[in-house]
Ligand binder design. Structure first.
Ligand SMILES: [Cu+2]
Length: 122
């Protein structure tokens, strides 16, 4: 094997490894035009996992924790999300987070944040 081949292999290896290192793993929720509007509409993540909402629709939406418009506390509120915009919540404490879209109150989702990963099965 020549030095050039070794360098090339190292480069290919790095390309394969780097994306996962550059982007922390996140949980992705897609906004949709039709019911149930959030995919998945009921999501469960482990605390410390960033949650990202993607808006591929041609419409403006918000990701608003219900507490922001009731008696609080307000855990997250994206503000207006134009089409093709993303909104990421870096981490949430364990709990149940019902949320909705301020523009379209019919759009509702639930986020459950758990304490830690499920215990290993024995
Ligand atoms: Cu909306």
């Amino acid at each position: 094997m020549t030095a050039v081949q070794i360098v090339l292999m190292c480069a290919l290896f790095m390309v394969g490894v780097m994306p996962s290192m550059a982007t922390p793993p996140h949980f992705e929720i897609l906004i949709e035009n039709a019911s149930p509007y959030f995919s998945p509409s009921a999501a469960t993540v482990t605390t410390g996992t960033p949650i990202r909402w993607d808006n591929p629709t041609p419409t403006e939406h918000t990701i608003t924790h219900d507490g922001c418009i009731t008696d609080g506390p307000c855990a997250f509120d994206s503000g207006t999300m134009p089409p093709n915009e993303r909104y990421t919540v870096p981490s949430l404490p364990p709990g149940l987070y019902p949320y909705h879209c301020r523009v379209h109150p019919i759009m509702r989702g639930t986020l459950t944040v758990t304490d830690s990963a499920a215990p290993p099965r024995i």
